[in-house]
Write a new protein. Structure first.
Ligand code: AGP
Length: 617
């Protein structure tokens, strides 16, 4: 996600802004920029660069960046490729207003078309430029001041935003506003200066007096005057100043000891972001531009091939179950590394789905290049906007979960599964292979998943205690059936890659065909045994393991009294439709792997031998 820093006061703004952007680098980004108002020359000097903050510093070096009012931004691309044109800050056509923005304006295309009809022109592909032009339009057409113009413009906006806006005709005031994206305001002594940022890390070294802006609030930072906050309905809001004492080293990770734990706990918000703007009409319809655009190909598709690696391959296995259940289209899931060299049979009517968090995995990229040469339609499910796989795809759906820093993939997995669920339901509805009733009930249930995730994640302390029992294990088995079989594979991979304990995932019924020979009192076995039509059968599998002294940890449906009497440890998850179960059953396994690795004193975020993105064969 993007990072924002702003300053108005008596000091030089530039060093504060640059240092603040460095503090926000952990959020991940692909370009950066600053805008600083020089009181002497009465100019707003803007510098932008694709790449790192250090590239921005090179761009500004030797040029005028004097001034004590400024805004700055690190961009994680959501609309428009990562380049200098799309980097923030963005300026209104008249040059009067400048903005930085973190979030997604869902209705930006409609707003842009309306502004184009009024003669406005656009330089970038971003939703942010639409917003600053809209504020300028409101200001010019209503003859209003900056605060009122921002407020009236935001009334027309659907989506998430944290913005800072500067008016060169009124350079003593910085206006901030937020909805669904974070914004913190630090207050200097005697209101002589204000520091604004996406979180406290760029602010804490200057002041510990902070105000956390709430949704649909607008703040007016006028140096020398008390902070003023109004609501979108123009009502005054009391300013609630908090004394914030934070350890900077923890701040980069949002207060968590590791990025992985932060990203595990970010998943409810990430899934909300992933669904944002895609489940519309008050939760009645799934609208995905890629599905709309390629409706004909999807209607006539006779086969879908999913190519991916690692965790993304596990998501692909769930995608197979979803698409076959709801679309009745045969799906093959291939390891990209195998697919690319197997001289595969690919038909021009095939649809090939590439799943990749980084969008840079060499094998997956090569696989879709091969498929594309055979005329298949390439559909990318990617997290990083503008990445190689995204650009090599004919179409696709970004998962919008924000940068994933921890090498072990967590929020990307649930984001991928969420997108696959939306695709399967949207295509199934178009093909008439999913009933309206099922379609509606699953959408309603999907919308509750973030809240249900929070219930599961609240068991973190309990899982931490359970994990201590496994820290000395040398092997573990993970067993599941149907939708929970890929979850078993994913849980095993999480444990392997960060705790270095050998773990294998299996279909639970497969145990009888050899692996049960491994089971004895030294073999912990994790069962994912939530309620569904195969529940009784997985109970039998569990009894076979217990009969051989296997130690069972079971992930069960809330209220399950049967397994409570059988397993050493149980972790409960809320009841959901079987097709949505992976979004919940994977969470305890992510937390289990994390706490086992921490108990072993290992480097959770940077496990040995691994890279976040495997860009080589
Ligand atoms: C998962 O925790 C691993 N980091 C790894 O298996 C990863 O999923 C795999 O390398 C694929 O990466 P991608 O999703 O970026 O293509």
């Amino acid at each position: 996600m993007c990072g924002i820093v702003g300053y108005t006061g008596y000091r030089e703004a530039y060093p504060i802004l640059i240092k603040g952007l460095h503090r926000l680098e952990y959020r991940g980004y692909d370009s950066a920029g600053t805008a600083i108002y020089d009181d002497k020359s009465r100019e707003l000097n803007i510098y932008k660069a694709k790449g790192k903050v250090s590239d921005l510093e090179k761009a500004a070096m030797g040029h005028n960046h004097c001034g004590s009012l400024g805004i700055a931004h690190t961009r994680w691309a959501t609309h428009g490729h990562p380049n200098e044109t799309n980097a923030h800050p963005h300026v209104s056509e008249t040059g009067q207003l400048t903005i930085v923005h973190n979030g997604i304006i869902e209705n930006y295309i409609i707003l842009r078309d309306q502004l184009k009809d009024k003669g406005y022109h656009f330089k970038s592909e971003t939703d942010t430029e639409v917003l600053v032009q809209l504020i300028q339009y409101v200001m010019d057409s209503h003859n209003t001041d900056l605060v009122t113009s921002v407020r009236l413009a935001l009334e027309k906006v659907i989506g998430a935003y944290a913005i800072l806006v500067v008016d060169t005709k009124n350079p003593d005031t910085l206006v901030a506003a937020r909805k669904s994206s974070p914004m913190v305001i630090g207050i200097g002594e005697n209101n002589c200066e204000f520091f604004i940022a996406s979180d406290a890390s760029p602010i804490i070294e200057y002041t510990n007096r902070m105000v956390y802006l709430e949704d649909e609030q607008i703040a007016v930072c006028h140096r020398g005057e008390a902070l003023q906050i109004i609501a979108l309905d123009n009502s005054e809001v009391a300013v609630n100043v908090k004394k914030v004492n934070l350890d900077l080293s923890m701040l980069d990770k949002g207060g968590y000891p590791h990025f992985m734990l932060k990203e595990i706990h970010d998943q409810p918000q990430c899934i909300r972001d992933c669904m944002r703007g895609r489940i519309v009409q008050d939760g009645k319809r799934i609208v995905l531009s890629a599905v709309t655009e390629h409706r004909e190909e999807l209607l006539k598709a006779k086969r879908i091939i999913i190519v991916s690696c690692g965790t993304s391959w596990h998501a692909g296995l769930i995608g197979k179950l979803l698409i076959e259940q709801f679309c009745r289209i045969p799906v093959e899931v291939a390891y990209a590394s195998e697919f690319r060299y197997s001289d595969p049979v690919i038909d021009s009517n095939d649809i090939v789905i590439a799943i990749s968090q980084s969008g840079e995995t060499a094998d997956t990229l090569a696989a879709i290049q091969l498929a594309s040469e055979h005329g298949a339609l390439i559909f990318g499910i990617v997290n990083v906007v503008g990445s190689s796989i995204a650009r090599a795809s004919d179409t696709g759906t970004y998962i919008h979960v924000g940068p994933e820093i921890g090498v072990a993939s967590t929020k990307a997995f649930t984001g991928q599964v969420t997108v696959l669920t939306m695709i399967a339901l949207a295509v199934g509805r178009e093909r008439g292979t999913v009933s309206e009733e099922k379609y509606s009930s699953l959408i309603n249930e999907l919308l509750t998943i973030p809240e249900l995730m929070e219930k599961v994640l609240a068991q973190d302390e309990k899982i931490k205690l359970i994990a201590q029992q496994y820290a000395t294990s040398h092997n573990m088995l993970y067993l599941g059936r149907a939708y929970n079989y890929p979850v078993a594979l994913e849980g095993a991979l999480k444990l392997k890659e960060i705790s270095y304990i050998h773990a294998e995932g299996y279909p639970a019924a497969e145990m009888k065909h050899g692996p049960i020979a491994l089971v004895d009192e030294n073999m912990p076995v994790v069962f994912i045994a939530t309620h569904h039509k195969l529940y009784e059968k997985i109970l039998s599998n569990m009894q076979e393991v217990i009969a051989r002294k296997g130690k069972v940890l079971a992930i069960v449906t809330e209220g399950d009294e049967t397994i409570k009497g059988m397993a050493e440890n149980i972790i409960e998850v809320p009841q959901v439709d079987n097709s949505l179960a992976p979004l919940l059953t994977v969470l305890p396994l992510q937390m289990l792997a994390y706490h086992v690795a921490v108990a072993k004193g290992l480097d959770v975020d940077q496990p040995r031998n691994l890279a976040k993105s495997v860009t080589v064969e």
